[in-house]
Design a binder for this molecule. Structure first.
Ligand SMILES: [Zn+2]
Length: 240
């Protein structure tokens, strides 16, 4: 019986490598996964597993180097720092619910967490809720510039794309990564404008980029930022 695509068939914990079955792949490939902070080996069927292991063995040095090149993890720990709005914010645990807030002036995220085991979950929820609010506002703003309506906005922890948009009967469903809240505001706004431009053009044609620039302005700076700093966004909340 053939295994489904995407099934993990073997994990090398020492090297931090996971082997994933693929029905479509023709050969063994290695790819850095900045979100899982590991290397994914695509294996074209179970029979190719020995070949894949051999390939990994040959590329051990490359694998170690790639993993070392990942930005340092920013775990959700008391006293730790994480990127938020493109700056480093201190994660502070407080004993009274009254002080619960994000202090933008001093760059501190104050979290009321009577039980320490809930601290990291609370940070994550704060980031998701901040992302939801900023991305909702930005999407409504850009969609209204295009006289279009959005049906639904979902906030997820996407692995490959910062946003995506599907339009049906003139209404759009947009997905975003919560991690955009960790990027500077102009980058989050750019991704919202980009997805809203897809409400008009469901492709990346020249006219799509024209619509995108028309509602957002100069798009090179935020695109460059994402290209350079994307892995940094995935380091937020990583444990090691
Ligand atoms: Zn796009």
């Amino acid at each position: 019986m053939a295994l489904d695509s995407g099934t993990y068939i073997y994990t090398d914990a020492k090297l931090n490598v996971v082997y994933s079955n693929s029905l479509r792949a023709k050969r063994v490939t290695l790819k850095v996964n900045p979100k899982e902070r590991n290397i994914k080996v695509t294996v074209p069927g179970l029979k190719a597993l020995p070949t894949a292991k051999n390939f990994v063995e040959k590329n051990k040095l490359w694998i170690t180097q790639q993993l070392e090149l990942l930005p340092p993890a920013q775990p959700f720990e008391v006293g730790g720092f994480i990127m938020f709005h493109g700056k480093l914010y201190l994660l502070n645990r407080i004993s009274s619910p009254k002080g619960f807030k994000i202090d933008h002036e001093r760059q501190i995220i104050n979290v009321y967490s009577p039980d320490i085991s809930t601290f990291s979950g609370r940070i994550r929820r704060i980031l998701i809720s901040e992302a939801r609010s900023d991305l909702d506002n930005a999407s409504i703003y850009y969609a209204s510039k295009l006289h279009r309506k959005i049906n639904k906005i979902s906030i997820r922890d996407t692995a490959t794309r910062w946003g995506s948009c599907i339009t049906r009967n003139g209404l759009g469903n947009i997905n975003y990564s919560w991690r955009l809240i960790c990027a500077p505001k102009y980058v989050l706004n750019y991704v919202a404008a980009h997805e809203c431009a897809h409400l008009i053009e469901a492709n990346h044609s020249k006219s799509f980029w024209n619509v995108c620039s028309e509602i957002y302005g100069e798009i090179n700076k935020p695109r460059q930022w994402l290209k350079l700093n994307g892995p940094l966004l995935y380091a937020v909340g990583a444990k090691f």
